[in-house]
Design a protein around this ligand. Structure first.
Ligand code: GUN
Length: 287
């Protein structure tokens, strides 16, 4: 029997637990952890993510502030806002929603955020700490994937893990976390030869490329655990539908466990952002 990994239910549990810890933090520190979310421009998908983040922050008892900037905001204006948020003691976590409009320099923005407040874990200091196995803020999507994998698999040590995709947001940090957990890790990407046979050797397959239904049944080893990070908005028979990178209908018949889209990785990412905001506040106050 294939397990359908219920990311929504698991995310609800995590947010409930974070809410308890936030309540204890407020009682002991007399401070409410604060998350600042910055959205530049009007990308509809980003606006939906930001709304969901704010809703979850409220459920967790965090203070959240949103900063909606026009799509023609200059680099200087954005730098100034980040500098203000870095200095604001009521803000413990800063998230600038990506992608940014083309005229803004994404790397510059990521590096401008104080590493201690970098709840995305994208700052080079946090990336370096992650890769070298030191304490760091871990990117939310890979963190959520690891929580799900650790629940499905007793011991990750020695498992063959294949990550499809090499983005800074998901693929690279995911591969680092799997390596840290003693998996044998292969990252495959658009230039890889023989992707299908490499994937067929995976005990753990994480798909994070943004190509709807790329992973077919023939790519999957029977019993493998499949984590689908893809969220692709595709028109099917005149209607907009969210599809993963994995062909769920095919693959679910042979996988050991699989995340659905929607309701898998997506809710876990946001739950982990709440956890990271609390973690950042704890570190900043020396808890
Ligand atoms: N855009 C897509 N995923 C993410 C994420 O995890 N963090 C930020 N800041 N932007 C994103």
């Amino acid at each position: 029997m294939t397990v359908r990994i219920d990311g929504k239910a698991l995310a609800d549990d995590i947010v409930e637990k974070v809410a308890l810890d936030v309540a204890a933090f407020k009682r002991d520190q007399k401070v409410t952890p604060g998350l600042a979310v910055v959205l530049v421009g009007e990308d509809p998908a980003s606006a939906v993510y930001v709304r969901n983040k704010v809703k979850r922050a409220n459920q967790a008892g965090l203070n959240s502030t949103e900063h909606y900037l026009a799509k023609d905001t200059s680099q200087e204006e954005l730098d100034k806002l980040i500098s203000q948020l870095n200095q604001d003691d009521s803000v413990h976590g800063i998230l600038v929603q990506l992608p940014l409009p083309k005229h803004l320099d994404e790397s510059h923005v990521i590096e401008a955020i104080s590493p201690a407040k970098d709840v995305d874990g994208f700052h080079p200091q946090n990336v370096g700490n992650l890769v070298t196995g030191q304490k760091s803020l871990i990117p939310c999507t890979p963190l959520g994937c690891m929580i799900m994998l650790n629940r499905e698999i007793d011991d990750l040590s020695g498992k063959n893990a294949v990550v499809i995709g090499r983005s800074n947001i998901v693929g690279k940090p995911m591969a680092s976390l799997l390596l840290q957990a003693n998996c044998t890790v292969t990252t495959v990407h658009s230039k890889t030869q023989g992707i299908e046979s490499i994937c067929r050797n995976a005990d753990i397959l994480v798909a994070a490329v943004g190509q709807a239904l790329l992973v077919k049944k023939e790519w999957v080893k029977p019993g493998a655990v499949i984590i689908d990070v893809g969220i692709n908005s595709v028109e099917v028979e005149g209607k907009r539908r969210l599809l993963g990178d994995v062909d769920y209908d095919q693959v679910s018949s042979i996988a050991g466990a699989i995340t659905p889209v929607p309701g898998g990785v997506g809710p876990m990412t946001i739950a982990c952002l709440m956890q990271n905001t609390l973690t950042a506040a704890q570190h900043q106050l020396g808890v």
